[in-house]
Every structure is written in C-alpha cells, then in structure tokens.
Write a protein that binds this ligand. Structure first.
Ligand code: SF4
Length: 140
C-alpha cells in the first residue's frame, strides 16, 4: 500500500509542538497507524528543539517571541519535508492550521497577540508550490 499523505506529526499525537504538547486528531493518527500517512514535523527537521519559543511569520520572515529570526531553520525544515514528499511520490498533506510551518489557510500575524490572518506556513507554501494538495485538520 502506498503512502498517500504527509501529516503534521503533532496531529498524530507526537509531542512536537513548541510547548511540548500535541494536537491529536484521531482520524489523522488512524491514517498513520493504517500505513496510509507519514508523520512529519518540519520544525524538528529544521533542527529546532522541543520545547522551543513560539514563532510567527512577519513580512515573510519567521521570528521567535524573543525577536530572534528563525527563517533559516523553517526553510530547512520545509525543504526536507518537500524532499520526502518527492522521494515517496506523496501528493497530499494534512497539516496543522495556523502554524508558521504547517498553516494551510491561516497563520498568526507576527504580533504574538493571537491574531490570525489568511496565509500559509513556510512548509505548506513550499509543498503547495510543488503541486501537493493541502488540507488542514479543519477540512477533514
Ligand atoms: Fe506540528 Fe507542524 Fe508545528 Fe511540527 S511544525 S509541531 S508538525 S504544526
């Protein structure tokens, strides 16, 4: 059976969020246990630790809450995620909404005030540019 989806690892119950928590969605975790999906965490691929300071996108660059730029790590994670999709021929992804890596339709606005704006995380954007169809957990 081919793997159909890349999925955000935090949606599968992995504690890889910035705060060390997960966002488990049973239906997504089930796809992984059935062998139909592969869990990925672009921020860990980028070399970031868990827990880590929260990050948001501002004018196309990623900053953590201490105003340190983190764009390079996010781009590295996005590229590694794309490489996996290409290598395995995966054309669909289910990603965690609002994340600066994984957000599909919405992201935070960069002010760290819980304000959400339309936009995509860096991994979501790169996958989409290469023809991967994106869903968020809210689209399921
Ligand atoms: Fe989840 Fe994506 Fe953030 Fe990793 S980078 S914790 S998979 S939302």
């Amino acid at each position: 059976l081919d793997i159909e989806y890349l999925v955000s690892a935090c949606l599968c119950g992995e504690h890889c969020r910035y705060d060390g928590k997960s966002n488990i969605q049973k239906s997504v975790a089930q796809l992984v246990s059935q062998g139909r999906a592969l869990a990925v965490c672009p921020e860990l691929f980028g070399g970031l630790p868990t827990p880590r300071p929260p990050c948001e996108i501002f004018q196309g660059k990623v900053y953590d809450v201490h105003n340190q730029e983190q764009t390079a790590a996010f781009l590295k994670g996005a590229q590694r995620t794309l490489d996996i999709a290409k290598k395995l021929g995966i054309k669909k992804a289910i990603l965690k909404e609002k994340s600066p890596s994984c957000g599909v339709h919405f992201i935070y606005d960069g002010s760290f005030s819980a304000s959400v704006i339309p936009g995509q995380g860096l991994t979501a954007r790169l996958l989409s540019q290469h023809g991967v169809t994106l869903l968020s957990e809210n689209d399921l």
